[in-house]
Design a protein around this ligand. Structure first.
Ligand code: ADP
Length: 492
């Protein structure tokens, strides 16, 4: 390998290709608006599915009584109960519990998974204290947040298209997940009505809107990413005049599939090619938590091969591709295709490779000798005794990849806002508008938050940006699902 001299041109080229000056951001924002329009016009008309959530009345604040929520979207599920007190008292009390899902259930049968979830729910319901009470003549109702691709068929039904995020449960794809849940409820003798099925972006919007009626958009930035917003019925040609009470509905954009005008590099293309869904979810692959660490690893690998950045010998661990989740995805594909029987030890690869939380830790390191950067390089990539110069370059690369991702996410948000503004001038930009943000990446990565907001400000200009509030809503999702159960209650 050549000396350190070979690093500079690679870094320069990376920065040039990842650059997101205003014209690039504007093109992305405009394309997001255009693709949204195309997806609203016809099914299959765009990368963006623009899925109807069937949530056409958001919680008003008048909701009363005891409601439950169940949230399944990752390796944990959460159950929650809330006592709603109407406009004055709002949320009187709330309790929740989190249960982690044993790995073998992620590869088991539908019945096993739903029985496990319902038994957790049943234990939680049993512990209901006298602080909580059902309204006379009603029975328990629950909102189900289910964050996997679903073809929604009504507010309380939807067909699972496919499992993602490492789940490979047999027999669920193609079935209504509310029916699956109901069957498990019957098997275990738990008398609860499932009143709403939503994804986490939609329940986050509902939860945030409960406290602040100016919330019009919700964005999730975690392992994956998604966004939803409040749309007018007349702006949805593909609905073909179906009757809707309020004139508004929430549209689930599924914005991870967006792909127009993204500034991509050889590293993105390689990662995409080697992923289990090449050519798909390109926006998600550029901006979300599952991928940022992996992109950085690929850059470092190229540099280490071309130079003495990490010493004379190439650290072999730098060649270990993909994060834990990605590896489970691969296992999932195998199972779906009946190619092999999985072996849970694949999960041990988790600690072996660079992930987005590592990037975050490295970027926070402001010590003189960048100790933490050194520790992570040796712990995850097997790079011993990295030089201060090498650590600085690593920090620079993290910043480049995270800056690009977060600024593009910001451009996506502006794309949504300006689409709604174009349809109803003054409704967004001339009054207070709130974008509710949630997800581990947004919550824990300060630089990501900062760059995202900066990009939104650049695109909107100072005056309009004064009216746009990008706010983290913690746990909006759980309460949101319970509120949607209340808003869609059979008893009120
Ligand atoms: P999920 O999206 O899996 O349902 P979360 O919203 O909690 O769950 O997001 C988890 C993701 O957030 C992780 O996969 C990781 O990419 C990202 N993340 C978590 N902690 C951090 C952190 N400290 N810094 C940067 N990213 C983080």
């Amino acid at each position: 390998a050549a000396g350190l001299a070979a690093v500079a041109p690679i870094l320069r080229d990376l920065k040039m290709k990842c650059d997101t000056p205003l014209p690039v951001l504007r093109h992305v924002a405009d394309s997001m608006s255009a693709d949204m329009r195309a997806g609203l016009a016809t099914n299959g008309g765009s990368d963006l599915k623009m899925i109807l959530s069937y949530v056409d009345s958001l919680p008003t604040g008048n909701e009363l009584g005891l409601f439950y929520a169940l949230d399944l979207g990752g390796t944990n599920f959460r159950v929650l109960r809330v006592q709603l007190g109407g406009k004055e008292e709002r949320i009187i009390d709330t309790e929740f519990e989190q249960v982690s899902i044993p790995q073998e259930l992620m590869y088991g049968t539908t019945e096993e998974l739903f029985d496990f979830i319902v038994s957790g729910l049943a234990r939680f319901v049993e512990k209901e204290s006298t602080k909580f009470h059902l309204a006379e003549g009603s029975k328990r109702e629950i909102g189900f947040t289910f964050s996997f691709p679903v073809k929604q068929t009504s507010i309380d039904s939807g067909i699972l298209i496919k499992w993602t995020k490492g789940f490979a449960v047999s027999g669920t794809a193609g079935r209504d997940v509310v029916v699956c849940l109901n069957e498990a409820l019957v098997r275990q003798g738990l008398d609860i009505r499932v009143s709403a099925l939503v994804n986490d972006a939609v329940s986050t919007l509902a939860g945030a809107h409960y406290w602040d009626e100016d919330v019009k958009v919700a964005v999730i930035l975690g392992t994956g990413t998604n966004a939803c917003y409040v749309e007018s019925i007349e702006a949805i040609p593909k609905l073909q005049g179906s009757a809707y009470g309020s004139g508004k509905t929430i549209i689930n954009i599924e914005w991870g599939a967006f792909s127009t005008g993204l500034p991509l590099t050889e590293f993105d293309r390689e990662m995409d090619n080697e992923s289990i869904n090449p050519g798909e979810q390109l926006f998600e692959k550029t901006i979300s938590g599952m991928y940022l660490g992996e992109i950085v690893r690929r850059v470092l690998k190229k540099m280490a091969k071309a130079s003495t950045l990490f010493g004379d010998s190439f650290p072999e661990k730098l060649s270990v591709p993909f994060s834990l989740r990605q590896i489970s995805f691969i296992i999932e594909e195998y199972i779906l295709n009946d190619w092999m029987v999985i072996h849970p030890c694949y999960h041990e690869t988790e600690t072996m490779t660079l992930s987005t939380p590592h990037l975050c830790t490295m970027q926070q390191d402001d010590s003189g000798d960048l100790d933490k950067v050194g520790l992570i390089l040796s712990g995850t990539l097997g790079v011993k005794n990295s030089s201060l110069g090498a650590r600085k370059i690593v920090q620079d690369i993290c910043d480049t990849i995270v800056k690009r991702g977060s600024r593009l996410a910001g451009a996506g948000i502006v794309g949504i806002l300006q689409k709604v503004e174009q349809d109803s001038i003054g409704q967004i930009f001339q009054k207070r508008t709130v974008v509710a943000m949630d997800g581990g990446l947004y919550e824990h990565y300060p630089q990501y938050r900062h760059y995202l907001k900066e990009a939104v400000a650049e695109l909107l200009g100072v005056e309009v940006f004064k009216n746009v509030f990008i706010e983290h809503t913690k746990d909006g999702s759980g309460i949101g699902a319970a509120l949607l159960a209340a808003a869609n209650s059979k008893y009120f």
